[in-house]
Write a protein that binds this ligand. Structure first.
Ligand code: UN1
Length: 505
């Protein structure tokens, strides 16, 4: 295991192995710091606006060619990308750890999620299907066909710096679209590495059009270029609800599709019959894992009166003993916060929680390597679901509240403005089914005896209300990346009109 002092050199050699040319991450205008130590590990070049325009024009040209390539052949490119990711998994996983600060196990898990979605998309490339529909007219056939959509813009966040791109790109590519990606300003190095892996896959594929998938490093202006460009027919954006509010009206004004993955304020309900060993592990991973920086992180825990006094001491024990530190070390479970702004938001929320009657355990800074920002996750017992509980703070804070009636607990679950993920811990089938029913959780994800985070790619991922309504990854999410045509074909020799309308000339 490398020491802290070698971190920039370690990053440079990793990037070299992943096929990123030194010119791409050295000498640029934008310094990239690792949250592990705060050290600068790369200097990347922002794309200027002419570069953005050229990339978008080239993506449009690539789309025009790619849409005519048979979908299973398009799948072959994604299969090769999956192969590159398998080969590079260890290096890319470590780079995710260096740049985003998540533990090695989570960094590797993120790359595994990319491999999984590639596998899924390869299969999908032979299963892009439409319906045939009964028609009211004789000697007619009605069907729907699905066609490539255009250029797909992807704006991704620091916390899943590469997986979110892959959920979009793997699907978009088999669907016949071109992809232009603006990664988070905080994680451009992993994006450059993924682009290099894509370029390798494309070279092996042979005749992929130039510009089929590109990355544009930069800040807000690059994002705005993507949002405004008329060629971008679908913009998939992951980030804060504030970002979604800025992006959505611009897309709506030009009638482009928006796939928004915004805030989450995810809750779990612990019922009287819950298996408390399982609940403890599920809640601990969901609340503290990735240092509380997942959009699916568990932030609110409603515990039934009858088990509160048993579960809480155990949870406090887990919070007190969890291993915090350098995420490259095998025994670390909690790495650093991404930056000082994140710490400030956490401290503000904990102050508000105290002011609103909360009792805070943890939340203090702990020593870590260099200038990295390490905190003990905070467990906050709240007398009620106050304003601070309903606000998403992207940090490891778990608000715990008592409940006595399941209907009220489900209501509290649904009172959050966001609607991403949710869980119930119970061994009572009625409670479990109620939670998953139309009158249960109003979130895009509702789990039983599993925490709200750590979703597999096979299901559709996304949520309701201020989470934005988009769905990525599995199930039928692919339809967002295609346009649907309804075809009515008359194979007879008369022209009966629908609805019995007469128009005889
Ligand atoms: C995110 O935090 O932006 O379900 C995505 C999960 C991961 C994805 C999280 N598969 O926790």
């Amino acid at each position: 295991m490398s020491t802290d002092l070698t971190l920039p050199a370690e990053t440079a050699s990793l990037l070299g192995r992943l096929g990123v040319r030194a010119a791409a991450f050295a000498g640029g205008n934008r310094a990239v710091a690792s949250p592990i130590t705060g050290e600068v590990i790369g200097q990347v070049h922002d794309a200027d606006l002419p570069t953005c325009d050229a990339a978008l024009a080239s993506a449009q040209a690539a789309f025009l060619a790619w849409r005519s390539v048979p979908a299973p052949r398009r799948g072959e490119l994604v299969r090769l990308l999956g192969e590159e990711l398998r080969t590079a998994k260890t290096d890319l996983g470590l780079l995710v750890t260096l740049e985003a600060g998540k533990t090695l196990s989570e960094g590797l898990g993120e790359v595994q999620e990319m491999i999984d979605i590639c596998d899924y998309a390869v299969g999908l490339s032979r299963q892009l299907f439409g319906l045939t529909i009964a028609t009211e007219r004789p000697d007619h056939r009605m069907m729907e066909t699905w066609h490539p959509l255009g250029v797909v813009g992807v704006i991704s966040a620091f916390n899943f710096p590469v997986a979110v791109w892959s959920w979009n790109a793997a699907l978009a590519l088999v669907c016949g679209d071109a992809v232009v990606w603006k990664p988070s300003e905080k994680t451009p190095l992993t994006a450059l590495a993924v682009q290099a892996l894509f370029d390798r896959a494309a070279a092996r594929f042979g005749d992929a059009p130039a510009g089929l998938s590109t990355v544009l490093i930069g800040g807000r202006d690059v994002g705005e270029a993507l949002v405004a460009d008329p060629h971008v027919r679908l913009l998939s954006a992951t980030g804060s609800t504030a970002m979604g509010r800025a992006v959505a009206p611009i897309l709506a004004a030009r009638f482009a599709r928006a796939l928004l993955e915004l805030g989450g304020n995810n809750a779990a309900i612990v019922c009287p019959s819950a298996d408390l060993d399982l609940t403890l592990r599920g809640a601990a991973f969901a609340a503290m894992g990735t240092a509380g920086q997942r959009c699916t992180t568990l932030r609110r825990l409603f515990v039934h009166d009858s088990v509160y006094d048993t579960l809480l001491p155990r949870l406090k024990g887990a919070y007190a003993s969890v291993q915090i530190g350098d995420p490259r070390h095998a025994d670390t479970l909690i790495g650093p916060l991404i930056d000082a702004a994140s710490l400030a938001a956490m401290e503000r929320a904990l102050k508000d929680a105290r002011d609103q009657g909360g009792t805070v355990v943890g939340g203090d800074r702990v020593a870590g390597p260099g200038q990295g920002i390490y905190v003990r996750p905070a467990l906050v017992e709240m007398p009620a679901q106050t304003a601070v509980v309903l606000r998403e703070t992207f940090a490891p804070i778990l608000y715990v509240m008592r409940y006595s009636d399941l209907d009220i607990a489900i209501g509290l679950n649904n009172d959050a403005p966001q609607g991403l993920s949710s869980s119930i811990f119970t061994n009572d089938v009625r409670e479990a089914e109620r939670f998953c029913s139309a009158t249960g959780s109003d979130c895009g994800i509702a789990n039983v005896n599993i925490g709200p985070s750590g979703a597999e790619i096979g299901g559709a991922f996304g949520g309701e209300k201020e989470t934005g309504g988009g769905r990525e990854a599995g199930s039928d999410s692919w339809r967002a990346y295609m346009r649907r045509a309804t075809n009515t074909v008359n194979y007879g020799s008369t022209l009966p009109l629908a609805q019995g309308v007469k128009f005889d000339i």
